[in-house]
Design a protein around this ligand. Structure first.
Ligand code: NAI
Ligand code: MG
Length: 349
């Protein structure tokens, strides 16, 4: 069996960390006896400077032919983030029905972080990935007048809330059976009360699970004070975006946070990417932590049915973290290349 993978390293540290993850996947493929066919796409900010768009017009059609998309990061200081995000990432997520964004955060024993007691953190954020607050509806009005204002609509559909909540419920059943829905229905009175209502309907269909509903502000505090009390967390696009950076900080570094943009029906490829961005402050220095991208590759292998390779890759990352073979963001002394060598050495044992 051979998997056709679109590789989009993108900008900044994207190519640096994608390289490492690809070497690990290639080694695993060789060891486990499956094939990986990487298809390279040089899309991103450099492409934009040259052609005035983030990907060619046929971009999505080309990606549609693949089994999965492996994405690094996009973003450059001289180009608006709205262009890089809406020109590449968001069209892929929406065109390919990747309405689930999975963002796990699991603490590895002994790894230092900002929390006094991070032991036992093992949660997963299920972020709604196709609607909600990230919407093109709205606009800028009265430019240049004293009355100038901007309005931004959030769009929540019954279908959208039902499918993300149902996905989270099935996931919770495979894990601890605990699920938290994040809301803000005390302040956002139309969309978030609708969210609560639909979540409650789905909860009634899955009453073997333990459901909680927590306001997003209280949730931010809980993720710092007692993250261990949460397992599956289902939330809207914006809340999930914010809370997942917070959750990844609690386990040590943004440089560890992996994610999958999943099309659960498998009618189109899913996309796997590190949560972090292009990190222009450290790009080109060869010091980026590649493990977020590596863990994203493990999620991809799992999705492709390569469970044994996925588990070995996750175990290898855990083993590096436990033995302190880590990059500077985690207080270690390795650079990106050193982390790659350590990873390949663990996989070769
Ligand atoms: P960022 O995630 O790129 O960096 C935030 C901080 O974390 C920086 O200090 C950076 O050095 C550090 N960091 C991130 N990843 C790291 C790693 N692997 N190893 C060590 N340190 C790491 O977020 P920032 O600075 O807000 O955004 C930079 C650019 O990236 C912007 O243009 C933004 O729009 C874009 N971005 C793109 C994303 C994507 O492609 N999915 C996601 C987030 C941001
Ligand atoms: Mg990324």
């Amino acid at each position: 069996r051979t998997h056709r993978i679109a590789s989009i390293p993108g900008d900044g540290i994207g190519p640096e960390v994608v390289d490492v993850a690809r070497s690990a996947v290639d080694l695993l493929a060789q060891q486990e006896g499956f094939g990986i066919d990487w298809i390279d796409f040089d899309w991103g900010s450099e492409f934009y400077r040259r052609y005035g768009r983030m990907m060619p017009e046929s971009g999505l059609d080309e990606l549609a032919e693949t089994d999965a998309i492996f994405f690094g990061a996009v973003g450059a200081p001289d180009i608006s983030d709205a262009v890089t995000l809406w020109g590449l990432l968001i069209p892929i997520r929406r065109e390919f029905g990747q309405y689930v964004n999975l963002r796990p955060a699991k603490h590895v024993d002994g790894l230092a972080g900002p929390l006094k007691n991070p032991d036992g953190i093992d949660l997963i954020i299920v972020r709604e990935n196709s609607e909600g607050e990230y919407s093109e509806l709205g606009g800028r009005f009265g430019r240049g007048t004293p009355q100038e204002f901007a309005s931004q609509d959030a769009v929540f559909s019954r279908h959208g809330i039902e499918r993300i909540t149902t996905y989270a419920a099935h996931l919770a059943r495979k894990r601890s059976g605990r699920i938290t829905s994040v809301t803000k229905s005390n302040g956002i009175i139309h969309s978030m009360t609708f969210w609560d209502e639909v979540v409650n309907e789905i909860a009634a269909e899955h009453d073997d699970l333990t459901w909680r509903s927590v306001l997003v502000d209280a949730m931010s505090a809980e993720l710092v004070l007692k993250p261990q009390s949460h397992d599956v967390i289902v939330c809207s696009n914006l809340f999930g975006d914010i809370l997942s950076d917070l959750a990844s900080a609690t386990i040590g570094s943004l440089g560890l946070a992996a994610s999958g943009n999943i099309n659960p029906e498998r009618t189109a490829p899913s996309m796997f990417e590190s949560v972090h961005g292009s990190a222009p402050d450290i790009a080109g220095q060869g010091i980026a932590n590649p493990l977020a991208q590596v863990s994203s590759a493990a999620m991809m292998l799992d999705h492709l049915g390569e469970q044994s390779a996925a588990k070995r890759l996750n175990d290898a990352v855990d083993s590096m973290l436990r033995s302190g073979q880590v990059t500077q963001d985690l207080g270690g002394s390795l650079d990106t290349k050193g982390a790659e060598e350590a990873l390949l050495a663990v996989l070769s044992q």
